[in-house]
Design a protein around this ligand. Structure first.
Ligand code: BTN
Length: 299
């Protein structure tokens, strides 16, 4: 059995090395549900109902986790298959002021850096079982792959008081939604994702999901929240994230197709720049930088 358990998660967080090494470490408030529409929506409701806390600058991080989701959302308007008992569906609610200042005018870097955190957390949790082939890799921009199959995705949503007038926090907040296929669903993956989706483990392991959740939280605290960066070191830190990201990104060097201004194009993925844009070179030698959307890998 691998049952989601709040106390176990909090205990693993308390024991973690990351906690000891962090100057300022925040213990999250966690809710675990059986089924919700979407944990991102739970976080949004929480933000709306806790305006008072947020206004008063309390440093609470709220985490919503569910055993299943009835309307799990993915990027680009897609849905995210969220059956019961086999995955992790969690969302983390953060106020913008909690973020490492290096993200101040680089909010677009949050999702790729979270992808890095997620792959590192999976790798740490699997530590003894991991062969090189199985190492978590990133498909630009934020899908995690193992063994050529997608095992996790990230949906980051930013809300600002301007775009949502019902929230008067005076400060934008961010919801980072993470969906992971930990085990293969008993009935298998649905037809439309069967060839693409995979899972991290074949057999159930006690406490695996609780450990993984705590490792994700610790990696995110370390990379997104530590707040001692000054403007001089921000660029270096970001460059290090880009470097680590490139090591994990298996799209580089591959031929890809993508949609640019409504037209399907083919090109070779050659680099990732400091804004986490994918640099592609078309057959006629022209370079383009992609900052959103998706690519399909050809070879
Ligand atoms: C993607 O692969 O396109 C992103 C998937 C993100 C899914 C997670 S599951 C938890 C959170 N709640 C949602 O409705 N979506 C995110």
């Amino acid at each position: 059995m691998d049952t989601l358990n709040k106390n176990q998660i909090l205990n693993f967080i308390k024991e973690s090395d990351v906690k000891k090494s962090l100057h300022r470490f925040l213990v999250p408030e966690i809710d675990i549900f059986d089924c919700v529409n979407s944990t991102n929506d739970v976080c949004m409701r929480y933000a709306k109902n806790h305006i008072y806390d947020i206004k008063n600058n309390t440093n609470n991080i709220y985490v919503a986790i569910s055993e299943s989701q009835s309307s799990g959302r993915g990027r680009l308007g897609r849905s995210f298959f969220s059956p019961s008992g086999t995955g992790i569906y969690m969302s983390i609610l953060l106020r913008k002021s909690m973020l490492n200042p290096l993200f101040n005018n680089k909010l677009h870097a949050l999702t790729p850096v979270t992808a890095l955190c997620l792959s590192e957390a999976i790798e740490k949790t699997l530590i003894t079982k991991l062969s090189n082939k199985m190492k978590p890799k990133i498909k630009w921009v934020n899908d995690i792959y193992m063994n050529n199959h997608k095992v996790a995705g990230i949906l980051t949503e930013l809300y600002s008081p301007i775009s949502d007038s019902s929230i008067s926090t005076g400060e934008p907040y961010i919801i980072i939604g993470i969906g992971i296929n930990v085990y293969e669903p008993i009935e298998g993956f649905p037809d439309d994702i069967r060839n693409k989706a995979g899972s991290i483990l074949k057999k159930t392991e006690e406490n695996f999901r609780n450990k993984l959740i705590s490792n994700i939280f610790c990696e995110i605290s370390k990379s997104l929240l530590t707040g001692k960066t000054d403007i001089k070191t921000a660029d270096t830190q970001l460059a290090n994230f880009v470097l680590e990201y490139k090591k994990r990104c298996f799209v580089l060097g591959k031929n890809v197709t993508f949609n640019l201004h409504g037209v399907n194009e083919m090109a070779r993925a050659v680099d990732i720049n400091q804004d986490f844009e994918l640099i592609v070179q078309s057959p006629d030698g022209e370079f383009n930088s992609l900052n959103c959307g998706d690519v399909i890998i050809l070879s």
